[in-house]
Design a protein around this ligand. Structure first.
Ligand SMILES: Nc1ncnc2c1ncn2[C@@H]1O[C@H](COP(=O)(O)OP(=O)(O)OP(=O)(O)O)[C@@H](O)[C@H]1O
Ligand SMILES: [Mg+2]
Length: 363
């Protein structure tokens, strides 16, 4: 596959290729940097002779070979014999179509952290997103070529065959849309926190919803007008509410769908994250719909990337919402039974001394 060499070279995670006896056959530039050695000095060496890993790696490799499925080993110290060990996550996977080879990724924790932070602690999902991002970028160019070629082909085709080229074009567009979303997920900048009026943001979301994807629904408001300003990034929160409204609209029945946007204050609500002090998140926004509820088989993992219960869904909507809210030091929860699904966002209040300077765009 053209381009895979470039992916291998640009992969920012140290990666090693192992043969059927756990010997190193290739390493990417990131691994050369990490190990401070070139492939010449490593080729043919047993991986556990060159990397000092504080985990039973031989066993893990044997299991990967036996089950032909990847294994993730998180939070292990990896040393090279030359310098202090670094805390890493390992991803060990069989190479597709080549049963003898194994791909061995060593992600130092600080890189794993940069690849994307979702609300869940599932580090495997994080690196999946990082990989997907790079692949998204690589796949888009050839895809544009395929679409262009199909369009050229269609000019000389009899009418009955046009359906096929139309299908190529339509499906390629669908892939591009998915890739765009993957890239958007990866490119998310940290929120620029300012005092924002949550009701103004909700109104903007509601207006786009009722002239667009929620045109077939009743959208009601139940606001507590006395809410103090939230501490958030207006554009990112707009994206959050739009995604939640869109999901509610997509789940709803065609004729009797109803969404309620509710806000209220709950002074006692706090979030405590690992290693941090408890943090007050008293501003509550609920998006309530009367649709069928979350599909039972995915209800526990709707915030994970690529989990979707809809035929055309990418499964990135709620993962993005979770990521944004986590970066706001907020909290998201869901309560769903058939006929009533409630997504609740809990946000911090803007610090007192800043509350006068309400962000102008959202005033
Ligand atoms: N209000 C809701 N009612 C019922 N099911 C929901 C609701 N919100 C989300 N879901 C379920 O959760 C899944 C995941 O939602 P998410 O927004 O992450 O992805 P998606 O909507 O499938 O795709 P995308 O948002 O990328 O178009 C949905 O496919 C749907 O099955
Ligand atoms: Mg969605």
């Amino acid at each position: 596959m053209p381009g895979t060499g470039r992916i291998w070279a640009s992969l920012p995670i140290p990666a090693l290729l192992l043969d059927h006896q756990d010997r190193i056959t290739n390493i990417n530039p990131a691994a050369e940097l990490f190990l401070n050695k070139t492939i010449k000095g490593l080729a043919g060496a047993l991986v556990y002779d060159k990397l000092v890993i504080d985990a039973p790696v031989e066993e893990a490799l044997a299991r990967v070979r036996k089950n032909r499925s990847p294994i993730f080993v998180n939070d292990v110290d990896v040393g090279t014999g030359e310098r202090a060990p670094v805390e890493c996550n390992l991803q060990i996977a069989p190479v597709a179509n080549d049963t003898s080879q194994i791909l061995f990724l060593v992600s130092p924790r600080e890189i794993a952290g940069r690849l994307g932070r979702s609300i869940s602690a599932d580090k495997a999902a994080k690196s999946a997103i990082g990989m997907a991002e790079m692949l998204a970028h690589e796949i888009k160019n050839p895809l544009a070529g395929i679409t262009g070629a199909a369009q050229l082909l269609s000019m000389n085709l009899p009418k009955e065959d046009l359906e096929l080229t139309d299908l190529i074009v339509a499906e390629s567009r669908r892939i591009v849309k998915l890739l765009d979303q993957v890239e958007q997920f990866g490119n998310l900048r940290p929120p620029q926190l300012k005092p924002v009026n949550i009701h103004d943001i909700l109104d903007r979301a509601r207006k786009s919803a009722i002239i667009g994807f929620a045109a077939h629904m009743t959208v009601k408001e139940d606001y507590d007008p006395s809410l103090p300003p939230a501490y958030g990034d207006g554009d990112q929160l707009l994206q959050v509410f739009l995604n939640l409204l869109k999901n509610a609209a997509e789940a709803a029945a065609m004729d009797s769908g109803e969404i309620t946007i509710r806000t209220f204050y709950e002074p006692s609500l706090r979030v405590r994250r690992k290693g941090e002090q408890a943090f007050r998140v008293p501003l509550q926004v609920e998006i309530v719909d009367n649709g069928p509820g979350l599909p039972a088989e995915i209800a526990d993992e709707v915030f994970e990337p690529f989990v979707s219960g809809r035929e055309n869904g990418t499964g990135l909507g709620l993962a993005l919402v979770g990521k944004i809210i986590a970066e706001h030091k907020g909290w998201i929860s869901v309560d769903s039974v058939p006929g009533r699904t409630v997504f609740r966002i809990s946000l911090p209040v803007a610090p007192k001394h800043m509350q006068q300077d309400l962000d102008k765009e959202t005033r």
